[in-house]
Design a protein around this ligand. Structure first.
Ligand code: GLY
Length: 309
């Protein structure tokens, strides 16, 4: 089968000054993932590689460049899922590693568990020989500045006022792919929401919310307001819609519309369906998305919403 790949790096009102960095980052991720698929590699390897490249890119709220929580710490969430087996690995609120998606993959390969959190996840990383890092390695000046400003805001509560104009970043990163064997996979990684309470876990590591993959329907990765995404189990809602006969594009739009209509949520989703069709939908001002077209060329775009949410 012809492989397929789509990646994203967030859906929100992405500042114009960072558009070029976003496009360069998603392009690099899509090219690396595509190189794996084009040479016969697995969808699981492709999404892991694409996401880890975006984790290493300080432009995005994942890995290096992640937001700080309310006590000035970085806690990371990630998930990877294999559509051929429905096995998944996820980590939540883990500190001191640069590539949580790689740790999630090790959970798939080397454990009979699905989700490890906090210190346990970090201890597992150490056990598997992953390099642990100091928080300074993940921290960028942009986020220190944002944190200091938020400290000045009395009783700051993000969820009270979340709109597409809420200052980000909402640069969760993700990828969905199909390989030559028709196997699907999806992965998502994030630093979560800025100024979150310590221990807050978003949608990204929750199966069916931040990502889902099933060879019989599709592979999906979500981005946006985690508390909204998890309430409608956005990725599973989208892949189930494919199972009920919708095209990939119709399923992506249906899932985002459902989130908005049911819980007033904002965000976006990427999809690859079991036929290898790719799609994305979002209801925020922008979404950063890259895919590989029918000629094998990477298309990387900062998309602007065309209609009301
Ligand atoms: N969608 C990422 C988060 O809310 O944590």
């Amino acid at each position: 089968m012809k492989p397929a790949l789509i990646v994203h790096a967030g859906a929100w009102k992405i500042p114009e000054a960072t558009h070029a960095d976003h496009i360069a980052g998603i392009r690099a991720a899509a090219e690396a993932g595509w190189a794996i698929l084009a040479s016969g590699g697995s969808a699981l390897d492709a999404v892991e590689t694409a996401v880890s490249i975006m984790e290493d890119d300080p432009t995005f709220d994942a890995g290096v460049g992640s937001v700080l929580n309310r006590v000035g710490e970085i806690e990371l969430d990630a998930m990877i899922m294999d559509g051929s087996t429905l096995q998944l690995g996820a980590v939540a609120a883990v500190r001191g590693i640069t590539n949580p998606v790689k740790l999630a993959r090790l959970i798939v390969e080397d454990t009979d568990h699905s989700l490890l959190v906090g210190d346990g996840a970090r201890r597992f990383a150490e056990l598997k020989g992953m390099r642990l890092c100091a928080q300074a390695e993940l921290t960028v000046p942009r986020e220190v500045e944002r944190y200091r400003k938020l400290q000045e805001v009395p009783d700051y509560r993000l969820s009270d006022g979340f709109t597409p104009d809420t200052p980000g970043p909402w640069d969760t990163v993700g990828a969905a792919a199909m390989d030559m064997h028709g196997n699907l996979a999806a992965a998502t990684s994030t630093g979560g929401v800025h100024y979150k309470l310590p221990g807050r876990v978003g949608d990204s590591p929750l199966v069916g919310s931040g990502a889902y993959a099933d060879n019989q329907t599709g592979a999906a990765s979500a981005t946006g307001h985690g508390e909204s995404i998890m309430r409608v189990v956005l990725s599973k809602t989208a892949t189930d819609a494919i199972g009920h006969g919708k095209s990939a594009q119709a399923a992506a739009e249906y899932a985002v519309r459902t989130m908005y209509e049911r819980v007033g949520g904002y965000g976006g989703i990427i999809l690859v369906d079991y036929r290898g069709e790719i799609a994305f939908a979002f209801n925020t001002p922008h979404m950063a998305v890259a895919w590989v077209d029918v000629d094998g060329q990477v298309q990387a775009h900062l998309k602007t919403r065309q209609s009301a949410p």
